[in-house]
Design a protein around this ligand. Structure first.
Ligand code: ATP
Length: 580
């Protein structure tokens, strides 16, 4: 396919925020794509040149892109920046320049454009800034104006078509067989590899069978299994069967350790490659594990070795940084409590029952009490035992318990009753906190004008419609410091219009790109005509007395926020709790 044709699709996708239309346009695009280019197209429509988890970013500043545009179209950086400020988008400024110069372009193929963008991302070392500039300027020069418009947005990460992963998976199925019925198996493959391009390419090259045969691959992160909530220990026992496992729930951050020989990769809950941030965990993975290859999951938490105390989440999260990582590793040592093993010596073992995986896990940790430790596990049979262990865990400063079904397989990318979380926050009416996405900001009055932000419009994720729906306005519970942080975050992702995939009846002072996830504690979930979460006949769900617990940081993507179906469950559970 010619890039020019893809650019026409970008135009059409940009013109709508309706999911069904997006799927329709995308499936037509996919129908016209062949097996050699479908992978690249899947990355490009999300404005990337690699899967989300790869740190391959083109990483050019607005300034550099402006210089490249000036070089390509005989202008000056100042003029480009002026036009960019005026039009509010680099792509529009680029289109204007390209139109003025009356360029026609060379009709490059999608693969050629992809490869040239990819080579910019790969350029590093001395003189790399100039080489990146030259490659981008040459590429822009070879494109038609509409292609220039979209390519100019890619290096600065502002190509925002608002296409979520589920939308791509639906469109792939429709493109090949005319309906969405292959979406579940495509999703399964995606959950195992987190790589849309790879999933699409395998589908195009090897068909449905090839997709079904996809197994875990060391180096590609697995979308994590997630836990369900229940209102009481008795309900949990009913779900888990006669015998089940209980482990402490550590409040740190999840880490996936991939090891193959001497090569180690670490991924976050959010599937980001965190290998460089945690040299101490990488060393430990090399020295403390006894096997050829493995994928292990655990929770990393800052730990005071002198007092044997766990540190609060705020301390642990200081380790999530890009610079001075060795110094921080000394200041705030981490331990990783490992709780699952998904892959061992060349084999995907996710289908084995949990207890068997756990036994294998125990065998590969051959030294006790170093950095990588086994999460304590107790096999139990009653709600009384759950409550005893829960109280012990909480008194040690832990978040609560994770209860696990002994015979269940590992379910990548899904919430299920094979894992049940039992948290401290469950003492209130609600059985859990809610992870909300920041959608908009209301300007402050009085003292709060100083912070720029007076209130926040937050929402949850509607996984069926692949859109963000509002659930609350949060104004209280924030400290001055938090108001300042929110202000900084909001200014960074501020946009001029309501973003695609946001469904709201409320108009905040300004909108932000749905990116930031905030953990919110509320007294209750109520019904409300104001909000769009789970809306039926004009009535949605809302949070009563919401307070900010913490910023989730880079730990969660917007799509990892609490979903509408979870809100519905939490709504029902609070009544069970009241009556129990
Ligand atoms: P999510 O379920 O979406 O991950 P969350 O990140 O808000 O939500 P919880 O739902 O409260 O976290 O609990 C699940 C998380 O608990 C896991 O993602 C993992 O990071 C952490 N965790 C801590 N200890 C354990 C354990 N022993 N077994 C499994 N997960 C654990």
């Amino acid at each position: 396919m010619k890039f020019k044709e893809l650019a026409e699709y970008y135009e059409r996708l940009e013109g709508t925020s309706k999911r069904l239309e997006l799927i329709d346009i995308l499936s037509k695009l996919f129908k016209e794509s062949d097996a050699g280019e479908i992978g690249r197209i899947c990355y490009l429509i999300q404005g990337r040149v690699a899967p989300f988890y790869e740190p391959t970013e083109i990483g050019m500043s607005e300034n550099l892109v402006a210089i490249a545009l000036a070089r390509a179209f005989d202008s000056t950086k100042e003029e480009v920046i002026r036009s960019y400020r005026h039009l509010g988008n680099m792509g529009l400024a680029a289109l204007d320049l390209a139109n003025k110069k009356k360029i026609r372009g060379e009709n490059l193929s999608v693969s050629e454009v992809f490869d040239r963008l990819h080579s910019i991302a790969e350029t590093s070392g001395e003189g790399s800034v100039d080489r990146k500039l030259t490659t981008l300027a040459d590429l822009l020069n070879d494109l038609d104006p509409v292609s220039v418009k979209h390519v100019a947005n890619i290096p600065i990460g502002t190509l925002r078509l608002g296409i979520g992963d589920p939308t791509v998976l639906d469109a792939l199925s429709i493109a090949k067989i005319g309906d969405k019925s292959l979406r579940p198996i495509l999703e399964d493959a995606y959950n195992k590899t987190s790589d849309l391009g790879f999933t699409a390419e395998t589908f195009y090259k090897k068909g449905e069978r090839g997709i079904r045969e996809i197994k875990l691959i060391v180096g590609k992160p697995i979308r994590p299994a997630l836990a369900e909530r229940l209102p009481s220990a008795e309900e949990a026992v009913k779900r888990l069967g006669d015998k089940f496992a209980a482990e402490p729930k550590f409040d740190g951050f999840r880490v996936q350790i991939h090891k193959n020989g001497d090569e180690v990769h670490l991924f976050s809950r959010n599937l980001e490659d965190m290998t460089h941030a945690f040299p101490d965990i990488v060393r430990a993975a090399k020295e403390e594990l006894n096997m050829e290859s493995a994928i292990i999951e655990g929770e990393a938490i800052a730990y005071n070795p002198v007092t044997s105390e766990f540190l609060p989440f705020q301390e642990t999260s200081k380790r999530r940084r890009k610079h001075e990582v060795e110094e921080m590793a000394k200041k705030l040592p981490l331990v990783v409590f490992v709780f699952d093993l998904l892959y061992l010596n060349g084999k995907d073992i996710t289908e084995l029952p949990y207890l068997k995986r756990r036994k294998h896990l125990e065998k590969i940790i051959h030294r006790e009490n170093l950095i990588i430790r086994k999460a304590e596990e107790r096999i139990m049979t009653s709600s009384k035992e759950i409550l005893e262990f829960f109280n012990e865990a909480v008194s040690e400063g832990l978040e609560g318990l994770m209860l696990k079904k002994l015979d269940s397989a590992y379910k990548a990318g899904g919430r299920g009753f094979h894992w049940i979380k039992f948290k401290r926050s469950q003492s209130g009416e609600l059985t859990d906190t809610v992870d909300c996405v920041l959608l908009g900001v209301f300007r402050g009055r009085g003292k709060r004008t100083e912070f720029g932000v007076g209130g926040l419009l937050v929402g949850v994720y509607d996984e069926k419609k692949d859109e963000f729906v509002t659930i609350s306005r949060v104004g209280t519970g924030l400290t001055d410091e938090e108001f300042r942080t929110v202000n900084k975050l909001a200014e960074k992702s501020r946009v001029s219009h309501k973003p695609a995939r946001v469904n709201s009846k409320i108009e905040p002072t300004f909108w932000v790109e749905p990116k930031e996830v905030l953990e919110i504690y509320a007294d209750e979930i109520t019904k409300s005509p104001i909000h769009t979460a789970g809306e039926e006949n004009g009535i949605g769900y809302a949070l009563r007395f919401p307070r900010l617990v913490k910023f989730r940081g880079a730990d969660k993507r917007a799509e990892d926020a609490t979903t509408v179906s979870e809100i519905k469950k939490l709504y029902k559970q609070q009544y069970k709790k009241k009556n129990s």
